[in-house]
Design a protein around this ligand. Sequence first.
Ligand SMILES: Nc1ncnc2c1ncn2[C@@H]1O[C@H](COP(=O)(O)OP(=O)(O)O)[C@@H](O)[C@H]1O
Ligand SMILES: [Mg+2]
Length: 332
Amino acid sequence: MLKVEHISKTFQTDKGEVKAVRDVSFEVADGEIYGLIGLSGAGKSTVVRCLNLLERPEEGTIYFNGENLASLPDRELRKRRKDIGMIFQHFNLFEQKNVFENIAFPLRRLRMNSTEIKKRADELLQYIDLEEKREAYPSELSGGQKQRVAIARALATNPKLILSDEGTSALDPETTQSILTLLKDSVKKFGVSIVMITHQMEVAKEICDRIGVMEGGEIIEEGTVEELFLHPKEKRTFKFIQKLRDEVEDISVDAYEGKLYRLSFDNVNVSTPVISHLSRLFDVDINILAGNMNALRSGQVGYLIIEFLGAEEEKDKAIAYLGEQGVYVEAM
Ligand SMILES: Nc1ncnc2c1ncn2[C@@H]1O[C@H](COP(=O)(O)OP(=O)(O)O)[C@@H](O)[C@H]1O
Ligand SMILES: [Mg+2]
């Protein structure tokens, strides 16, 4: 539904040129949630602003349902924009309008008649479960409620694509979860595709079908969550993910008597209690030091850091067994 081909965007600033986006290409399928992750300044927001031509890339082409957006006259482009909804980190609601009017706003712009506007806005209010806040103003809402209203507003014109630029970054973990659930539901219920920009790995893991990792204006690697986490092709991707991992674990290899291993789990094997089998099948002891298992859309992935105690040959056998079960083993 969306095909981005070789777009580049350079900004002229007082300090010279900033190449914000360099030769970026990716595709998003119908009903797909595509993530762009990267550190601050990587170029994510600029890519998203190019997608609805708020920013014109100086090179490259964006096809939206087969149409080259840049080739459309302004009047046509304005019509197409109703097919692309947007949500932001700071919600960007109209503070002077109540919840109902915020959701109705894009419909009024389309000059829909007021009976239809009321019907559609009320449907969406019900969908986001905020009917009791119909007359409330944004200042009376929590962050999560504001983002729900923003999502309803983005969905009002029946868009085919939703762009979320750090849509959950200002929310606490619990609220983030509820917003992610709402976005996933929206894919199912309305058939939208989503481009999800985030610097939060947890968000990307939870919701994205595929992810592009951005650094220095480029997509340095693209793949499913499993591919990027377990078998990154690029050293830079590995480093990037490692950086995020290191935030949660701080284990000193030297502090342990036994040898330390990192076990990476793919979807395939989580149903078998592999670890508890190990000590029974082989003469080894296992000490679990750290870990992080995540429920993903397609199953579970994660890793465990373990200490192996036992004779060398028993350890080798145990490691071979892990390999047979599809567990990826790295010595630390
Ligand atoms: N309008 C602009 N003018 C000049 N530089 C910009 C502009 N927008 C973004 N940049 C620069 O482009 C780079 C990428 O920014 P951005 O797309 O916002 O990254 P991200 O969203 O990944 O944090 C940064 O170096 C930023 O300073
Ligand atoms: Mg940004």
